[in-house]
Design a protein around this ligand. Structure first.
Ligand SMILES: Cc1cc2nc3c(=O)[nH]c(=O)nc-3n(C[C@H](O)[C@H](O)[C@H](O)COP(=O)(O)OP(=O)(O)OC[C@H]3O[C@@H](n4cnc5c(N)ncnc54)[C@H](O)[C@@H]3O)c2cc1C
Length: 390
C-alpha cells in the first residue's frame, strides 16, 4: 500500500521515497522485530541511512546536497517508521537541530556543523525536558552563567533521545533566570560532551526500543560563549518554538508510518484468516475496522502534507503542525489497537508485529509536546487568527 503523497512531491522526490521504501522492505522489516525485542541499537541500519543521505534531507547547499521538500521529508519519515519507528526517531531531533542552525545559527555555527550533519557523521539531539517537567518549558531550571568568554552550565535533562550516539546537543537553558517574562531568559547552546557533562542513565521504556532515551547531568560544565545559537541571548524560546514545528511534523509522520504498518498487516491478515466459513474482513465488524482505519489514516496524511506545505511556505505553522501531530498520533494509537483486535490472540503475540505498533504508538501522543499541549497551541492560535472585534 502506498504512503507516497504522489501529488505533493516532484518526480525526483517520488524516487527518493521509493528508494527508502525498498530499503525498508529489504533491510528494515526483516530485522525490526528482533532488534526491538532485544532492545539493540540499529548501528548497521543507521550506517546505511547515512550512506543514503537520510540525515541530510533537511540540509540545503552549500552544506548538503540532498535537501528535499518538507512533504517529501514527511513521506520518507513515514516510510522509515512503517519499517521501525525507532529509525525515524533517530533522525527527528537531528532535523530540528539542523533547522535551528539554518534559521538562527551564525555563519561559523552553520559551517562548523551542517556539512557533517548532512552526512550523518555528526548526529544531533535536542535537550528541553527536565525531571521537574517537560510541558512547562519556561519553568526550566538548567542555567548557563556567563563567566568571561565561557558559559558555566548546571542542571539536568531527561528523556533525551539518542543522547549516547549524538555528538551535538541543542541544550535549552536559562541564561537569565531572573528575566520576566521567564521565556526572555531562555537560550539555546550548541554543546558537545566534555568535563562536567554526565550521561547519568538510560531510561527503560514501553516501546521505541533500540534508540536510547537518557538522563543528562551538567555540573559546572563549561562551554565557549560562541556556542550560543545565533550569538544573542534570550532568543531560545521563540527559536525552539519554530524548531518544534518541524519536530511535530516529523512526529506526526512517524505516527503515519506506524498506522500504515498496522493497517497493512491488518488488511493482509483479514484476508488470510477465516472464521465461520468466511475471510474475517467479510464480517461487518472487522470490515468496519478496516474502513475506519484507512479513512482516518488518509485524513492524517492530508493534514501532515498541509502542515508540511505551510511550513515550507515560511509562514508560522505551529497550529498546522499541532493539528497534524494531534490527529496523526491519536489515529495511529487507535489503528494499532484495532489491529490488535483484528489479529485476535495473535495480536497479543510477540511473534507478530502488531504488538510493537501498539507499544510504539503512544510515544507520538506524548513526545514533542503532549497532545494536551497541542490542543492548547491550536486553540490559542485559532483565537489569535480570528479575534472578535468588540
Ligand atoms: C521516549 C521519549 C523520548 C523523548 N525524547 C525527548 C528529547 O529528545 N528531548 C526532549 O527534550 N524531550 C524528550 N522527551 C520528553 C517529552 O517531550 C516530554 O515527556 C513531554 O513534553 C511531556 O513532559 P513531561 O513528561 O514532563 O510531562 P508533564 O509536563 O509533567 O505533563 C504531565 C501531564 O500533564 C499534562 N499537562 C501539563 N501541563 C498542561 C497544560 N498546560 N495543559 C494541559 N495539560 C497539561 C500533560 O499533557 C500530561 O498529560 C521524550 C519523551 C519520551 C517518552
Amino acid at each position: 500500500m502506498t504512503t507516497t503523497p504522489l501529488l505533493e512531491i516532484s518526480d525526483d522526490e517520488v524516487e527518493v521515497v521509493a528508494l527508502v521504501r525498498q530499503f525498508v522492505e529489504d533491510k528494515v522489516r526483516p530485522v525490526a522485530r528482533e532488534l526491538d525485542h532485544t532492545d539493540t541499537y540499529p548501528g548497521q541500519l543507521i550506517e546505511q541511512m547515512k550512506q543514503m543521505g537520510i540525515f541530510g534531507l533537511a540540509i540545503p547547499e552549500p552544506w548538503g546536497d540532498a535537501q528535499v521538500s518538507t512533504p517529501c521529508y514527511a513521506a520518507v519519515t513515514a516510510e522509515l517508521a512503517r519499517g521501525w519507528m525507532s529509525l525515524a526517531g533517530a533522525m527527528g531531533g537531528h532535523t530540528v537541530v539542523a533547522k535551528l542552525l539554518l534559521a538562527y545559527g551564525t555563519d561559523a555555527q552553520k559551517d562548523a556543523y551542517l556539512p557533517r550533519m548532512a552526512t550523518g557523521e555528526v548526529r544531533a539531539t535536542m535537550a528541553l525536558t527536565e525531571p521537574g517537567g517537560g510541558s512547562d518549558l519556561q519553568a526550566m531550571r538548567t542555567t548557563a552563567r556567563l563567566d568571561g568568554d565561557e558559559y558555566v552550565v548546571n542542571g539536568s535533562k531527561t528523556w533525551i533521545t539518542n543522547a549516547r550516539h549524538s555528538s551535538l546537543i541543542a541544550l535549552m537553558c536559562k541564561t537569565d533566570p531572573a528575566a520576566r517574562p521567564a521565556h526572555k531568559g531562555v537560550s539555546i547552546l550548541l554543546v558537545e560532551k566534555g568535563p562536567g557533562f554526565t550521561l547519568s542513565r538510560d531510561l527503560p521504556k514501553l516501546g521505541y526500543k533500540g534508540v536510547e532515551s537518557c538522563e543528562l547531568a551538567f555540573d559546572d560544565f563549561r562551554v565557549p560563549a560562541s556556542t550560543l545559537l545565533g550569538g544573542v541571548p534570550g532568543e531560545g524560546f521563540p527559536q525552539m518554538m519554530r524548531g518544534l514545528e518541524i519536530g511535530r511534523i516529523q512526529v506526526a509522520s512517524r505516527a503515519l508510518g506506524v498506522g500504515q504498518a498496522a493497517l497493512d498487516d491488518s488488511v493482509r491478515y483479514a484476508q488470510e484468516r477465516e472464521s465461520f466459513g468466511k475471510q474475517i474482513w467479510e464480517h461487518q465488524s472487522v470490515g468496519n475496522y478496516l474502513a475506519d482505519m484507512v479513512t482516518s489514516l488518509t485524513a492524517a496524511r492530508q493534514l501532515i502534507m498541509y502542515a508540511a506545505r505551510c511550513y515550507d511556505s515560511g509562514r508560522r505553522a505551529d497550529m498546522e503542525a499541532g493539528m497534524a501531530k494531534l490527529f496523526a498520533s491519536e489515529t495511529a494509537m487507535k489503528i494499532a489497537l484495532d489491529a490488535v483486535r483484528i489479529h485476535g490472540g495473535y495480536g497479543y503475540s510477540t511473534e507478530f508485529d502488531v504488538e510493537r505498533y501498539f507499544r510504539d504508538a503512544p510515544l507520538m501522543i506524548v513526545g514533542e509536546g503532549t497532545n494536551e499541549i497541542q490542543r492548547n497551541v491550536i486553540a490559542r492560535q485559532l483565537v489569535k487568527r480570528n479575534p472578535v472585534v468588540r
